[in-house]
Design a binder for this molecule. Structure first.
Ligand code: NI
Length: 171
């Protein structure tokens, strides 16, 4: 397994829509292991493939609280098929937007259809933190970031900060 470099804003790849996975095979399973290792190393509770510069519709998630009780989950071609009317607010962050956190409102429950690592069709009904993480990560597959839910002013402040950082790194 290896830890992959995580792409941060303003890298334009983060705005690209990801393509559906066509085949669940050993190389995809190996890539899932690398994504999980990268996510745990960061550390984060969710990672979309596009965040490691691979524009395919695949996510890794683990919302367990303790390291000893890890519950890695991999979602391939995830699709939200139902959302609840009740909203929920969580303070969100993103490995591609380090050190920025904001309270974001999303549906409290979601039903997601996806393929697992054996290529089997599955359905999960999620609530709590898992529901938020799934929505946040599925947004990544459509080139959407959590800062898109902020006011234009706040979003532009964040983007400006990261553009400045990128410029400094380039010098
Ligand atoms: Ni994110």
């Amino acid at each position: 397994m290896s830890i992959l470099p995580i792409v941060v804003i303003p890298d334009p790849i983060l705005r690209e829509p990801s393509k559906p996975v066509e085949r669940v095979d050993d190389s995809l399973r190996k890539f899932a292991d690398n994504m999980l290792e990268t996510m745990y190393d960061a550390p984060g509770v969710g990672l979309a493939a596009i965040q490691v510069a691979e524009p395919i519709r695949m996510l890794t998630v683990d919302v367990s609280e303790k390291e000893e009780e890890r519950q890695p989950q991999v979602f391939i071609n995830p699709k939200i098929v139902q959302v609840s009317d009740t909203p929920n607010v969580y303070e969100e962050g993103c490995l591609s937007i380090p050190d920025v956190y904001a309270e974001i409102e999303r549906p409290a429950e979601v039903t997601v259809e996806y393929l697992d690592l054996s290529g089997e069709q599955k359905t999960i009904k999620a609530d709590g933190l898992l529901a938020t993480v799934l929505q946040h990560e599925i947004d990544h597959l459509d080139g959407k970031l959590f800062i898109d839910y902020l006011s234009k002013l706040k979003r532009e402040m964040v983007i400006r900060k990261f553009k400045k950082l990128a410029k400094q790194r380039a010098i």
